[in-house]
Design a protein around this ligand. Structure first.
Ligand code: ACO
Length: 154
């Protein structure tokens, strides 16, 4: 399947894939804040968008994956890993020296996946989700409170 995935930039006039973006970040207002300074990359499979990720300049030589999402029907097939490697490759090509990604303390699978592709935990923003989101987020039976930041050298 990975051989048939085409990753491309979202064009200006195209519809923003909120259906995917919202599964990675439940706040549309939060998404809208970073989209204006970001590039959205779409992953198409046989003409259908099955995933996406968002790269946002984090200042200096650092870029951030703000959002990465795979359509539920296509999860667990290696696509998330493929998209992370694609983001790393594009960030390197663009001259960035570090790439960062943040996720919640409760996102156990994501923490596993990001470390598996070479990210290391470099910071924790305590109570980030409690402060910035109106509704409590419960995942894997625990409350999502803190943002775990992970970094990978390029
Ligand atoms: N729980 C447990 N394990 C997981 C999870 C999870 N939620 N997600 C991935 N994994 C594991 C897989 O079991 C797999 O393990 P293996 O390599 O040992 O077999 C490994 O991670 C890689 O899995 P992939 O198939 O490459 O990942 P997938 O295509 O499912 O994409 C993603 C991962 C993007 C996290 C997807 O599950 C998704 O869209 N989830 C919902 C949105 C989300 O949480 N996005 C990240 C939010 S943080 C941010 O956007 C910056």
């Amino acid at each position: 399947m990975k051989d048939e995935i085409v990753v491309r930039e979202l064009k200006n006039k195209e519809t923003i894939p909120y259906n995917l973006l919202l599964i990675a970040d439940p706040s549309k207002s939060n998404i809208d804040k970073y989209l204006s300074d970001s590039i959205v990359y779409m992953a198409d499979f046989k003409g259908q968008t099955v995933g996406c990720y968002v790269l946002c300049n984090a200042g200096g030589e650092i870029t951030e994956i703000k959002n990465i999402a795979v359509d539920e029907k296509f999860q667990g097939k290696g696509l998330g890993t493929f998209l992370l490697h694609d983001a790393i490759k594009r960030a390197k090509w663009s001259g960035f020296k570090k790439i960062i990604i943040g996720t919640g303390n409760s996102s156990i699978g994501q923490l596993y996946l990001y470390q598996k592709v070479g990210f290391r935990i470099t910071d924790i923003k305590a109570d980030f989700f409690k402060t910035n989101y109106n509704q409590p987020i419960i995942e894997n039976g625990i409350e999502c409170r803190d943002m775990i930041l992970l970094t990978r050298d390029l």
